[in-house]
Design a protein around this ligand. Structure first.
Ligand code: GCU
Length: 421
């Protein structure tokens, strides 16, 4: 009798556990539980025929781009407004005399509406136009270095108990908080510039039905394919590029778009949608970034959509707990960047972002790079930690947690030197 009730208890427990699994409430970190999956072939057209040459790839590329727009990130509008810029500050002896620093207000004006974003620009003291990294920061420009001349953002910021931000307002005390993630001295000493913008200037990171930030410049009622925040942030990077193209100090043919985590997803989508970015770097971008969704390992489509309903388009919800139905996977996002260089970086303790899924995306994007450049990605097995694999696709998994470190930046600078210099 006792055994029978124990058996019933175990059966009930396993039934409810598998239902929790199915609903995405239990996170899978077990490689043996990764389901069997087939990745869509980036080199097969929707009608089943094969892409045979570079010219045909452009057609296939548009097909893939459309699917990502309609099913994943949403469709961003064409920019038909005006960009007005004004210098807010300038210091020609920044970083103890090692660099020039500027803050530039970039106003996006469309009809009677305006949205401001403030770019923090660090440039090496060099005569010619310089290559540059462009990326969003999470906390406001004042968190990027501890230099006192940088204004504390007035935009809405996420609350952060550690930084004692409880009212969505940035604070002076956070100055330089994220300096280790930016490594500005290292970037400048290698001859690169850095342009960074607080991402909340472009779209505040909360769910308001796709209305605030740059969404407000257009203001139509959202539908299933309306642009989510990742698409809005990526679109903002293209507007930053519109500005960078106009300033002689920057070599706009050598702008590397870079981002971490949700902003790494954003950098990839920006690189996919805007060919003016010469190279793309995604740091620990995970689900909806470089990691394959169909592996259902770590963060899943269902869990990201439930936690962040404003990041993707409505249609992406169709794939909650149904990753098998996705008509694309994230290796095709990397393929959209080809033949331009793309770097994917993982961290060993960041299993939520599925390092192996990020690596396998590089492997599965390789045939497109091979077709376009004659050379694919030179690995099929995960490399050891701190041992980058580099071709036009770069990959590393470093020791440590979800973060951007000096080690990461050193690899990105080496990668940029290899391909852009
Ligand atoms: C959460 C989210 C991730 C995201 C990360 C970040 O962990 O689940 O998808 O990458 O936040 O942006 O910091």
């Amino acid at each position: 009798m006792k055994n029978k009730s124990l058996l019933i208890f175990i059966l009930l427990l396993s039934a409810s556990l598998s239902s929790l699994y199915a609903q995405g409430f239990v996170v899978n970190y077990d490689e043996s539980k990764v389901p069997e999956y087939t990745l869509p072939d980036p080199l097969i057209f929707n009608n089943g025929t094969k892409v045979r040459n570079k010219k045909q790839w452009e057609k296939r590329r548009s097909e893939i781009l459309k699917i990502f727009e309609n099913e994943v990130y949403g469709v961003a509008p064409e920019w038909d407004g005006e960009i007005i810029s004004s210098e807010l500050s300038s210091d020609i002896n920044a970083l103890n005399g090692g660099a020039v620093r500027k803050e530039i207000k970039i106003t996006l004006k469309r009809e009677d509406k305006e949205q401001d974003m403030i770019m923090l620009l660090y440039l090496p003291k060099s005569s010619g136009p310089v290559p540059l990294f462009l990326g969003y920061n999470f906390g406001g420009n004042h968190t990027v270095t501890s230099e006192p001349g940088i204004a504390v953002t007035n935009s809405w910021v996420r609350n952060n108990k550690e930084a004692n931000i409880l009212d969505n307002k940035a604070k002076e005390s956070e100055r330089g908080r994220d300096a280790s993630s930016w490594q500005v001295k290292e970037i400048i000493s290698r001859g690169y510039g850095l342009a960074t913008i607080y991402y909340g200037d472009v779209d505040p990171d909360f769910d308001d039905g796709f209305k605030n930030g740059v969404h407000g410049l257009y203001g139509s009622d959202p539908d299933n394919t309306s642009w989510g925040s990742i698409a809005a942030w990526a679109w903002g990077l293209s507007r930053a590029m519109d500005y960078l193209e106009k300033i002689p100090a920057v070599d706009s043919k050598k702008v590397v778009v870079m981002g971490h985590s949700r902003l790494g997803k954003t950098a990839l989508w920006a690189g996919a949608t805007d060919k003016r970015f010469a190279a793309v770097i995604s740091n620990n971008s995970g689900c909806g970034g470089a990691a394959l969704s169909k592996r259902v390992f770590g963060e899943t489509v269902g869990s990201i959509n439930r936690s962040f309903p404003h990041w993707f388009c409505e249609n992406f919800n169709k794939y909650n707990e149904r990753e098998d139905l996705l008509p694309v996977d994230q290796h095709q996002l990397l393929a959209l960047i080809a033949p331009r260089p793309v770097y994917v970086a993982s961290a060993e303790e960041d299993q939520w972002a599925d390092p192996k899924g990020e690596f396998l995306s590089c492997v599965a994007a390789s045939p497109v790079y091979k077709l376009l450049t004659g050379k694919g990605f030179p690995a099929i097995q995960m490399p050891a930690v701190n041992s980058p694999v580099v071709s036009k696709i770069g990959y590393h998994i470093r020791t440590g947690v979800h973060d951007v470190t000096l080690y990461d930046w050193q690899q990105y600078l080496n990668f940029a030197n290899l391909h852009l210099r």
